[in-house]
Design a protein around this ligand. Structure first.
Ligand SMILES: C[S@@+](CC[C@H](N)C(=O)[O-])C[C@H]1O[C@@H](n2cnc3c(N)ncnc32)[C@H](O)[C@@H]1O
Length: 259
């Protein structure tokens, strides 16, 4: 009895193991959650969504889609990881270059400083393309600034690093590569002179805080609306239009972003 008093106490453990039956069936509930959060719809691609989600859950010992939804309701990190896993960030330098040329002409002709928004910017190739094209056209760095936003944290981190592989810079000429990148083996690292022209933020277009981002002379929103249904496209268009300095200036959408 006396010695029992000096014995170390066992840590209090909860021996009632959480019971969780593996259930990866209710794909619709996750698709609905994701659409409400991001606007992205997986309408005809539920099998792609299911494969991605099952892998996502198994990697994190989450045994059902129900549990996943429960966890993301209070775990912001997990929610961001889910958004990063399910959004598609395909992009490259000088994509749909005609529009970029159009913006360069508009900026040159305006004679004033231009604030430009790229929503979304994915891994940065689009805002950096505009910066390079403006610098190439002889527009002074003090005459423009570009803001890039994207819902995907991982993509924004990569945009801030600005280190690109061959396939992302495939449209750039040798002269442009030479002027604005430092080649390190198979990686092309963008010069600070271009990076400093661009500010990058993780933002959801549908978040109420998005509208306080400011007003812009030129707005690009390319290849995001393709993931939205018609109603969501119109909602996105309305939000973007509210950020224009000049209500007559059209928004630059991608050619596939049909309404
Ligand atoms: C295919 S990329 C387009 C990138 C670039 N604009 C281009 O055309 O090359 C689509 C991007 O939209 C982003 N996205 C999807 N829903 C979004 C939302 N609600 N708010 C902000 N970005 C979103 C994704 O994370 C993804 O990086």
């Amino acid at each position: 009895m006396f010695f029992d008093f000096f014995k170390k106490k066992e840590p209090q453990t909860n021996h009632t193991q959480e019971r969780c039956v593996e259930a990866y069936d209710d794909i619709a509930s996750v698709a609905t959650f994701f659409k409400n959060e991001t606007g992205v719809t997986f309408d005809k691609q539920t099998s792609i969504l299911k494969n991605k989600l099952v892998t996502f859950c198994k990697q994190r010992d989450i045994c059902s889609f129900g549990k996943l939804l429960e966890k993301v309701s209070f775990d912001k990190t997990l929610k961001q990881e889910l958004i990063d896993a399910l959004t598609t960030n395909e992009t490259f330098f000088y994509r749909e270059f005609k529009q970029i040329e159009e913006i360069v002409t508009l900026v040159k002709n305006s004679g004033a400083r231009a604030e430009i928004l790229c929503a979304p910017c994915a891994t940065g190739e689009e805002p950096y393309s505009i910066a390079i094209a403006l610098l190439e056209a002889g527009v002074a760095p003090s005459r423009f600034h570009i803001t890039g936003i994207d819902i995907n944290q991982d993509a924004i981190n990569k945009a801030k690093e600005a280190r690109y592989k061959e396939r992302n810079i495939r449209n750039l000429s040798a002269a442009v590569l030479q002027r604005y990148f430092r080649q390190e083996d198979s990686v092309y690292a963008l010069h600070e002179s271009v990076k400093s022209q661009v500010s990058l933020k993780v933002l959801n277009l549908f978040d109420p805080s998005f509208k306080s981002i400011g007003k812009f002379d030129f707005i690009l929103s390319r290849n995001m609306l393709i993931y939205f249904d018609k109603e969501t496209k119109l909602k996105a268009k309305e939000i973007l239009e509210s950020l224009r300095k000049n209500a007559n200036q059209a928004i630059f959408f991608g050619h596939a972003d049909l309404f």
